[in-house]
Ligand binder design. Structure first.
Ligand code: CA
Length: 229
């Protein structure tokens, strides 16, 4: 499923431009013309990212961002602020405390899409530093240690990132393309079978610990981590 973006923009022409570009990039798009409508939309369902115009009628985008940060439900919602050049002053310097990133109007669709992609990648749950576990296996992101019943498992860097990615999203199926995009990042020219190679290595490393069935192959779809395997 593609990430959903809620675009909050009061100028219809700009909103239309945003929509066209986001849909073109494959995102699900919802929109609102002001903070109040956006709030109602957020109540219904949380998007994966909020694209927020600074200058809105009524509550400003910045005030709205601050409000969302203060609410436990929306605290971690990534926000990209859209600002006009006239606002591009020392005020923007403090923006990063409230938003994940910002773009300045007029923005290039390419830049906007790149920033959205980067923010969505950063937002990934494994960015958190808490230990992740499945059954008797635990991965501690802060020390980079993986243990099974207290015994250390040694993994290469790619296998480590893969395992961390899976642990943060148990039971969900990920296609090879998704894994390449989210685990390998910008290396779009890597072939999909590279994923299979690293999955095999990961399973081999986990085998002595009886954890090689942790990552399941889902025929025709990809892979998933399942603690019951
Ligand atoms: Ca505006």
């Amino acid at each position: 499923m593609m990430p959903t973006i809620l675009a909050v923009e009061d100028e219809p022409a700009i909103l239309e431009l945003l929509k066209i570009n986001l849909l073109d990039a494959g995102y699900e798009v919802r929109s609102a013309a002001d903070a109040e409508t956006a709030q109602a939309s957020l109540k219904e369902a949380l998007p994966d990212l909020l694209l927020l115009d600074w200058m809105l009628p009524g509550q400003s985008g910045l005030a709205f961002a601050k409000q969302l940060r203060a609410d436990a439900r929306t605290r971690d919602l990534p926000i990209i602020m859209v600002t006009a050049r006239s606002e591009e002053s020392d005020r923007i310097a403090g923006l990063e405390a409230w938003v994940a990133d910002y773009v300045t109007k007029p923005f290039s669709p390419r830049e906007l899409k790149a920033r959205i992609k980067a923010v969505l990648r950063r937002r990934a749950p494994e960015a958190a530093q808490e230990p992740l576990s499945a059954g008797s296996l635990t991965l501690d992101p802060s020390t980079h240690r993986i243990t099974v019943d207290g015994k250390s498992v040694h993994l290469g860097p790619t296998e480590f990132r893969l395992l961390r990615f899976f642990l943060a999203r148990p039971e969900r199926v990920h296609s090879r393309a998704q894994l390449l995009d989210q685990v390998w990042g910008d290396h779009v020219y890597i072939e999909e079978r590279t994923v299979d190679v690293h999955i095999r290595r990961l399973r081999l490393a986990l085998q002595p610990f009886g954890q090689d069935r942790l990552i399941e192959t889902v025929r025709g779809s990809g892979y998933r981590l399942t603690a019951s395997g």
